[in-house]
Design a protein around this ligand. Structure first.
Ligand SMILES: [Zn+2]
Length: 251
């Protein structure tokens, strides 16, 4: 086969490989980010749980102080009780004491509720902490695996780019220009012709063109899509995938 044609075929294989590797590499950061989001959500839930415990504790302490103040106040009223002279004063004091007792009971009830709330929040904390630990371990493992894949793909990409540069260096400028021009226009620049059909545009070629293309001895273009064409002898053609040979699993 004409050496420049062979190189163009290899160049297209490498471009295909480079494109595929680039796409796979681009998928890795979002995958890592997604796992990181799971961890962040678990951490937020844990933080919210801790805040809730702290808030319950503060509310409970405040209510306890309130209760102490009530008890102090009531004690003072009780001390005054011994000193009152008139029945009217006594009645007024008794009224105040009744109000204070009702208020005290309400504060005691609130303290009980706050204690229950605090206990409930505290009970949830170990589970939330375990969620964080699990998500963290999952994230670290997933990141480790994905970074290893990324490293392997980067190595493959560098090797493919190196091979590509080596080919570009020895291609004739006119061949490279044709390749780049058609690739830009069609996505692919080189196509196999098989059974008189250009596999690039799936169009039948004139017999004369096909006969010429079969020789693989120069740069020839498909008259329809202008892709650079080459021919592979059926006996050296790589075996098709099982599905294409009709031996795949029954539909
Ligand atoms: Zn064509």
């Amino acid at each position: 086969m004409y050496e420049q044609l062979e190189k163009l075929i290899r160049l297209q294989e490498l471009d295909h490989e480079i494109g595929g590797l680039g796409r796979k590499l681009a998928e890795i950061p979002p995958q890592i980010e997604e796992t990181r989001l799971h961890l962040a959500a678990a951490e937020r839930a844990h933080d919210a749980g801790k805040t809730q415990v702290e808030v319950s504790r503060k509310e409970r302490r405040a209510a306890e102080k309130e209760l102490e103040a009530h008890i102090d106040k009531r004690r003072k009223f009780q001390e005054q009780q011994a000193k009152v002279k008139t029945n009217k004063e006594y009645q007024a004091l008794m009224g105040e004491l009744e109000v204070l007792k009702v208020e005290e009971t309400a504060v005691e009830d609130r303290i009980l509720q706050l204690m229950e709330g605090q206990a409930e929040s505290e009970r949830l904390l170990p589970g939330l902490a375990a969620d964080v630990a699990r998500e963290k371990a999952e994230f670290q493992e997933r990141e480790r695996v994905l970074r290893a894949v990324e490293e392997r793909l980067s190595g493959e990409l560098a090797a493919a780019q190196e091979s590509r540069a080596a080919i570009v260096a020895v291609l004739e400028p006119s061949s490279l220009q044709s390749y780049q021009r058609i690739q830009k226009l069609r996505g692919t620049a080189v196509a196999e012709v098989r059974d008189e059909f250009c596999l690039g545009c799936r169009t039948k070629m004139p017999s004369q063109n096909f006969m010429e293309a079969m020789r693989n001895d120069r740069i020839l273009s498909c008259p329809h899509c202008h892709r650079i064409v080459y021919h592979v002898k059926p006996e050296v053609r790589p075996a098709a995938a099982p599905a294409e040979q009709g031996q795949g699993p029954a539909a």
